[in-house]
Design a protein around this ligand. Structure first.
Ligand SMILES: Nc1ncnc2c1ncn2[C@@H]1O[C@H](COP(=O)(O)OP(=O)(O)OP(=O)(O)O)[C@@H](O)[C@H]1O
Ligand SMILES: [Mg+2]
Length: 295
């Protein structure tokens, strides 16, 4: 069987990650126990995990040229991820994420400017020609993280039309999420995902017409809904959790790999993909940072 190919559309950040004994108080200087620099962002990390699972991963994102991109490019090449960069508006800067991981608990505190696709000065560039050069039908799965929505929405629409399963990693609800959901086959969202309309998240996703929906809740069980009903998938406890940073992203890379390799046909297949994603996430949280687990 050829390696499945995955298209990942969304945010790429430069992550500055430090391990600390405890978070600093205002105006305090503390010593880090370890540190690392890598590309980050949900779609980006998912692409890395997809490649690690044996797939061919292509990331569609926006990062301007410069020293940060040079560093991110090296990291993604080492992770086996091909990158297609859409044109960026003049003056757009790289999104930096400052992350402190607490030793002992593995909890992460993240500060980031988030998606800058529409922020700042400069002319918004039309991505039409860039998007037309991407053949969404040539992939076995498309995963989007809700960022760079002007790239994700047309690509998701084309993928779906071609019968390619479309997966959403819903980290938080955004105004563009409703439109994106029209093209989504499987939405797996974090507990921070809260639709503006309020109400139950699984109700919202099924009313939006998403056939396969789930909510991940860290170490707690995954709640899901399909056309055949609701269910709950236990998460295997992981001994020696060092760093939960990126767990959700890597979960999605594994989930997408399972969908790409086996398709998404019924509740059993959805559950198997969720379980595979949970296994990849479980592997990723046993070491510091977002790359050490790759070995
Ligand atoms: N402490 C943990 N122990 C075992 N598994 C975990 C733990 N934390 C996360 N996971 C696995 O990773 C999956 C996704 O985690 P979580 O719900 O925290 O993602 P998230 O909220 O999207 O976070 P992020 O995207 O910031 O990593 C969980 O469903 C679970 O399978
Ligand atoms: Mg997440």
């Amino acid at each position: 069987m050829p390696e499945p190919a995955g298209l990942f559309v969304g945010l790429a950040t430069l992550d500055v990650v430090q391990l600390v004994d405890a978070l600093p108080r205002p105006d305090e200087k503390i010593r880090a126990l370890d540190d690392m620099l890598a590309a980050g962002g949900p779609a980006t990390n998912a692409a890395v995990a997809f490649a690690r699972s044996g797939g061919r991963a292509t990331l569609v994102t926006r990062v301007p040229d410069g020293p940060a991109w040079d560093l991110m490019r090296g990291d993604l090449a080492a992770g086996g991820v091909d990158v297609l960069r859409a044109p960026t508006a003049q003056g757009r800067r790289v999104t930096v994420a400052s992350i402190l991981v607490t030793r002992g608990t593995g909890e992460r505190a993240v500060v980031s400017t988030g998606d800058r696709s529409h922020a700042g000065a400069g002319v918004a560039l039309e991505p039409t020609a860039f998007l037309d050069a991407i053949d969404a039908a040539a992939y076995s799965v498309l995963l989007c993280d809700g960022h760079e929505a002007d790239l994700a929405i047309p690509l998701a629409a084309r993928a779906r039309e071609a019968g390619v399963p479309v997966v959403l990693d819903g980290g938080s609800w955004k105004p563009t999420t409703a439109e994106l959901l029209r093209h989504v086959d499987a939405a797996v969202v974090s507990s921070a995902f809260r639709p503006a309309a309020g109400g139950d998240v699984l109700d919202y996703l099924s009313e939006a017409g998403v056939p396969y929906a789930a909510v991940t809740r860290g170490a707690s069980s995954i709640l899901y809904r399909t056309s055949t009903g609701d269910g709950e998938l236990a998460v295997e406890p992981v001994a020696g959790v060092v760093d939960t940073l990126g767990a959700g992203d890597f979960f999605h890379g594994g989930f997408a790999h399972h969908v790409a390799a086996h398709g998404l046909h019924d509740e059993a297949g959805f559950m198997a993909a969720l379980a595979f994603g949970a296994g990849v996430a479980g592997e990723s949280i046993r070491s510091f940072g977002t790359r050490a687990w790759l070995g």
